[in-house]
Structures are given as C-alpha cells and as structure tokens.
Design a protein around this ligand. Structure first.
Ligand SMILES: Nc1nc2c(ncn2[C@@H]2O[C@H](COP(=O)(O)OP(=O)(O)OP(=O)(O)O)[C@@H](O)[C@H]2O)c(=O)[nH]1
Ligand SMILES: [Mg+2]
Length: 702
C-alpha cells in the first residue's frame, strides 16, 4: 500500500461516527464502548438524534464517538436519516466532522446493509467495518469470509456481537490505529455517467476546494440525491459546478437517460458481486421460530387478540402485583406524617411538612410501583421486537385514517411519555404526516396519567369487594378512548388541515430477541429515578407553594378549615374556574388541581393531597382515597361521586396538560401556532366530552 493511501495521524482527539442501517446495533455498540446508556430497542428508529460519547484507545488516548440514527442510504428521506448524512458531510455546526467512520452491518443481512456502507466508502475517509450480530447470522446459516471482504474493500473488518461484548477488543485495537487505511474499493460507474462524475468531481475539487475523494463522493451524491442538491447546492456549489451539473442533466433528459436510476443500480450490482464472493449460505430448511410466531401475531384476527391479551396482562399486573409495595409505601408515608405530628408542636411549619410536603409528594410516590410495571411492559414490547409487529397489524387500521404504521411507533411510545413519542416522529418521512402524529400523540395516555386514573378508580370502586376485572375494564376503556381519539383526530386532520396521500409503509420486522435483562432493568431504574426526581423537585416545590397558597391569607379566628381554604389564594383561583367546570361536575377543589396539573399531570394527585389534607385538620392521617370519598358539595352531595370520578378520567384522557410536552411540540414543529392549536383542540374536546358524559350520566340517573 502506498503512503498516500494512509491517513495521517490525527493531531486532535479522533472523532469516530457510528453509521449503519436502523436496528443493526449501533447504540448497543456505543454503550459498550463508552459506558453510556443510550436507549436501545428491537425496532428500527430507536435513536433519532446524535449523541457524542468518549472512550479510550488501547494506549489510553481519548477517542470521541458519535452514535447516530440509522439510515438505509445517504439519500435521506426523513429528519432522523438526514442527521447521519449531515454529520458525515460536516454540515452540522453543532457536531465535529468525524474524521473516521465505524460502519456497522447486520451480518445476517449483509447485502442490504452494504448499500449505505458502500456510499460511505466513497467519502474517502478511513472506515472500519463491524459485522455485528454474528450470532444471528450463524443461526440462520450465514457465514462470511471476513478476510476476503477485508481484501475486497481494503479496510479492517471485525466480526462482533455487541450484546455480549464479543469483538470489542479487536474493535478498540482497530480504532486505536493511527495508520487506518483508506478504503480501496472502486466500482465501475456506467459509461454514460462516468465522464460526468469525473467532470463534476474535478470542478468540485478545483472550484469548490473539496479534497479529491470527497469531491468524487459529493459528485455521486449530487447525481442521485435531490435533497443533497438542494441542501448543498444553494450554499456550497460554485456557479461553475452548478452549470456543469445542469448541462449534463439537460443532455441526459434529451437522450432519455435515467441517470440517478442507472447509478443506483450499478451500485447494487457492485454490492452483489462482493456478496457473491464473501457470503456463504447454508440452506436453512424449516421456517424459523420467528416466522411461526409472526404467523400468529400479525394475523388479521389473532393478531388483535394477542394485542388485547398483552394489554389486559399489563393492567392486571398493575392492579394485583402493585398492591403490596403500594400499601407498604402508603403505610410508611402515614407513619412519617404521624411521627412529625407527634414530634412537633402544632403550627404552620408542622402543617407545611405534613400537609404540604408529605401529603403532596407521598400521594404521588405511592404510584411508583404501578409506573414501574408499565415501564417493564413497554420495555418488553420494545426489546423483544413485538413493537414492530404491533405497528404492522396497526398499519391496516392506520391506513384507514390516512397514516401508516410508522406513525404508530411514536404513538405507542407515547403511552410511556409523549415527549420521546414526539421525538420519535422524526422517523416519519412526510412532513404533514409527521405533524399529524405530533398533534395526536399526547392523546395516548402517558404514564403520568396513571396516578390520576388509579386514584379515580380507587374512589370510583372503593373497597375490596369489587372484582379486579372491573378496575381493569375501566382502565382498558380509558386507554382505548385515548387511542381511538388519536385515530379519530388523525383522520380529521388528514382530511382537513393537512391533506395528503396515505403513505406506503416500508418497515422491516426485526427478528424476535430475548430482551437483555440489563437493558430492561436499566430502563426501569432510569424511569424510577426520573419519577422520584420529579417527585422531589417539581412536585415537592408545587406542593409547598400550594400549601402556602391554601394557608394564606389567614381567615379570622374560629373559621373552619374549609372556610380557610375557600378564602385562600388557591381557593379563590379554584372559585374563578368553578363556573366553567361546574357543568362537567367539578368544583373549585378540583379546579385547583386542573390549574396545577399544567405543570405535570400527576400533580393533580399531589394537589388533591395538599388540598384535602388542609381541610381535614385532625390528628390522624387519612389516606387520600378516603379523604376524597368524604369530600362534599356545600349541599351535602358527595363530590367524588362515581360519575364525577369517571368524568374526571375522561377529562384527563383528552386535556393537554403538560408544559414539557408543549415545549417539545414547539421545538419539533418550530412554531408557536401548532402547540397553541393543540392545547385548544385537546382541552376543548376534553371539556365537551366531559360535559356529554357528566350530563348524560345524570340524565340516566347515575
Ligand atoms: N442477537 C444480537 N442482538 C443484538 C446484537 N447487537 C445488538 N442487538 C440487539 O439489536 C437491537 C437493536 O439494537 P440498537 O443498538 O438499538 O440498534 P441501533 O442500530 O442503535 O438502532 P436505531 O437506533 O433504531 O438505528 C437490540 O434489541 C439489541 O439488543 C448482537 O450482536 N446480537
Ligand atoms: Mg440506536
């Protein structure tokens, strides 16, 4: 190898980009190298934004690594794919341009994976090729002649199993090399196009001052990818290069030459020549287990039954398994509160601690076990590969509302939290479809609404006499309501505001995998930590502020606790809202909760804790559920009647009540108009439906 084919030793910290198709294991490898905790999941499109981490070379020098969203080609179709292209070509101001690339291929699917990698080889930067998932390849009878592939491409090729760390040492050694070779592979560009590529490359090198290899790669991109032309063209192309491009295109148009198609096909041909050389297949006879499971779970009828069973199992475990840890937390919170009461003299400070801090935060923390169970299930769905199947059967339904299954994955993620769900819409190609999905994503009931539902169900069906089935039933109903609402509105928006063709879905079904316990546990611990941190900061803060707002101004001596609360700042705010919410059965106590839960939905629960603790001024601590049942309208009617509890749940399914979601929608849509519209349509729908449920229920005698 001649010396000009070797990259010079980089003086600064070398920056490696991890590139490859979606779901080939980039983030798993990134985590293994850096010790960070990027989210991994068994479906395409888990990572939607770049993430920079650091590791060390064999000699202890730092190395920067960028984890990127996956892409099938440099010709990006969706916002997440564009991240890879833009980072590689140095078009992102916020990211250092990587000087070296680690390409990752799913070894069980080499031919398809090589398309992107082949394009990256053209960029003329040192590349290391990782053949990941060698275990899966072996299982499906695929062998790869690694040495032959190395020779063919002229770069190091390293077989790996990122999940169990196999091949990592070899990869780290390769990454530590200062003399990484440049790719040597050349493919034959077809005759009518070849002179144009040379001419464009020469002009790019001369006029646009690109290094020769990059100039050739950019010339190829200019000829195949319209987007690249648009993005790079306006700013970067000199008039000389632009006019050469135009002249060639005019000539081909006149001749009827499909230049882009010809280029793409010849690349495919070059790849298939390589694969014929290096991929060895053993005939695998019977249909794999994966295929047999798929026959059931993607079946038009059984598929739905499986989905229903999964959801039922989820809610059953929420109600049954969570009971013990929940009672345990409940008991300790009450004990803590009683201890403070016995240890401190009566007064404002004691009330602040017991009613404000413990009453507010404790009311929310008891739901930690349920939230963890929800996350456990979501993490199973994501890591086994079932998520992609659910999207697949949903695709039929989604196409009726004018969206495709790709929109379903963000919606499914929104069951955990709308924020990652909205981020995941970056995998959607069509900007209108993406916007529709963002608009309806918060209708999926997120984990923060779980405490509200659970509290209402506890008040709605008190006691242990009620079979758990009815609680599960109500819960399923709420989730179904939100999901149907999301589909209904998607249908409406696709027909009115954001008209467009129903798109085709191209999504691969990844093979099933046994989830790694570590991934599942990590995701749960991270969630628990987020939840507890929120309880300790936002919810604690709001509870304390709320306690002050409900304790001041002080009522004259001799006023009852209720009168005190009523004329406090918080009470007055609730009273202002009362005329609007009285028609849906809510009083000013609930009004206070509706206001505070704009901060986060579970704040409703802590607010009820503070508000009703302030009212029951006795020595013992009553659990919040009991306090709700004792609450009355001035005329003596129960405030939290079963109908009101139910209506409140319906309200929370539809109302847009989360500042962080509003902020993310603002950022992702880059406008104030869409989040404002979203708040208006969702909260409006919540009120109207609550009105129908409440007044209808009353008319029916509930
Ligand atoms: N069997 C097997 N599974 C693997 C291997 N490497 C990763 N996985 C699994 O493959 C799935 C995808 O891994 P990710 O790291 O999320 O893939 P990614 O390339 O970052 O995917 P996107 O972010 O969606 O582009 C996960 O379920 C991993 O546990 C491997 O070597 N063998
Ligand atoms: Mg990833």
């Amino acid at each position: 190898m001649s010396s000009d084919q070797k990259a010079s030793t980089p003086a600064r910290t070398p920056v490696y980009a991890l590139c490859g198709n979606p779901n080939c294991g980039k983030s798993t490898l990134f985590n293994a190298l850096t010790g960070l905790k990027q989210k991994v999941g068994n479906y395409p499109g888990v990572t939607v934004e770049k993430k920079i981490g650091e590791t060390y070379s064999q000699h202890g020098q730092p190395i920067k690594i960028i984890d990127l969203p996956g892409a099938y080609s440099l010709a990006a179709r969706s916002p997440d794919e564009a991240v890879l292209r833009d980072v590689l070509l140095g078009r992102r101001a916020d990211t250092p341009q990587p000087d070296r690339v680690v390409c990752i291929a799913d070894a069980s699917n080499l031919e398809r994976n090589l398309y992107l990698i082949h394009q990256i080889l053209d960029l003329g930067r040192p590349v290391i090729l990782v053949l990941n998932m060698m275990d899966l390849a072996a299982k499906s009878g695929i062998g790869i002649r690694v040495a032959r592939l190395e020779k063919e491409l002229g770069i190091p090729v390293i077989p790996c199993e990122a999940v169990n760390g196999k091949g990592l040492i070899e990869l780290r050694l390769a990454m530590s090399r200062s003399d990484l070779p440049l790719p040597r592979h050349r493919w034959d560009i077809p005759a009518p196009i070849a002179p144009a590529v040379s001419e464009l490359a020469a002009s790019l090198a001369q006029n646009d001052r690109k290094p020769p290899l990059i100039a050739r790669a950019e010339a190829l991109l200019l000829l195949t990818d319209q987007d690249t032309v648009r993005v790079a063209g306006s700013a970067a192309l000199t008039p000389q290069t632009a006019s050469i491009l135009q002249q060639w295109q005019k000539r081909w148009e006149a001749e009827g030459t499909d230049w882009a198609g010809t280029l793409v096909n010849s690349r495919y041909d070059a790849i298939s020549v390589i694969c014929n050389e290096v991929v060895q297949r053993q005939a695998v006879s019977v249909a794999s287990v994966s295929d047999r499971i798929d026959a059931v779970v993607t079946h038009p009828v059984f598929g739905w039954l499986v989905l229903g069973a999964v959801m039922t199992a989820l809610f059953l475990s929420i109600f049954t398994l969570a009971e013990y840890p929940m009672n345990w937390i409940d008991g300790h919170m009450a004990g803590l509160s009683d201890w403070v009461k016995s240890a401190m003299a009566p007064g404002d400070l004691r009330d602040l601690i017991t009613d404000g801090a413990i009453g507010g935060v404790g009311g929310v923390i008891v739901f930690l076990p349920q939230i963890l169970i929800l996350y456990f299930f979501i993490s199973l769905l994501e890591n086994t590969g079932y998520m992609a199947r659910a999207a697949f059967i949903m695709d039929r339904l989604m196409s009726r509302v004018g969206l495709n299954g790709k929109s379903f994955i963000p919606l499914l993620s929104s069951y955990a939290c709308a924020i990652p769900g909205i981020m995941a819409t970056r995998t959607i190609e069509d900007p209108k479809d993406r916007l529709v999905t963002i608009l309806v994503a918060p209708l999926m009931s997120c984990s923060a609404r779980l405490p509200v539902y659970l509290l209402m169900i506890a008040a709605l069906v008190p006691g242990d006499r009620v079979p758990v089935a009815s609680k599960v039933g109500i819960m399923l109903l709420m989730y179904a309501l939100g999901t149907l609402g999301a589909f209904g509105f998607a249908w409406l928006f696709k027909r009115t505001l954001l008209k467009g063709e129903p798109p085709m879905m191209i999504m691969e079904l990844p093979p099933y995998r046994l989830p790694r316990l570590r991934d599942v546990a990590l995701q749960m611990v991270e969630r628990a930590w987020l939840f507890l941190r929120r309880a300790g900061t936002v919810i604690l803060g709001i509870s304390i502020v709320l306690w002050f707002l409900s304790a001041y101004p002080k009522a004259p001596q001799g006023a009852t606790p209720t009168q005190q609360l009523e004329q406090s700042f918080a009470g007055q705010a609730g009273k202002v809202l009362e005329p609007v919410i009285k028609p849906i059965g809510f009083d000013w106590h609930i009004g206070i909760g509706l206001i505070t839960s704009f901060a986060a939905r579970e704040v409703f629960v802590s607010t009820m804790g503070v508000v009703f603790n302030a009212e029951t001024n006795d020595q013992d601590t009553t659990p919040l559920r009991q306090a709700l049942l004792q609450a009355r309208w001035p005329d003596g009617r129960a405030l939290f009647s079963p109908l009101v509890c139910f209506t409140l749940m319906v309200y929370y399914v539809f109302a847009m009540q989360c500042m962080s979601t509003v902020a993310v929608v603002r950022r992702e849509t880059n406008s104030y108009r869409w989040p404002a519209f979203q708040i208006a349509y969702m909260t409006g729908t919540a009120w109207v439906l609550s009105f129908i449920v409440y007044q209808g229920g009353r008319a029916l005698g509930f």
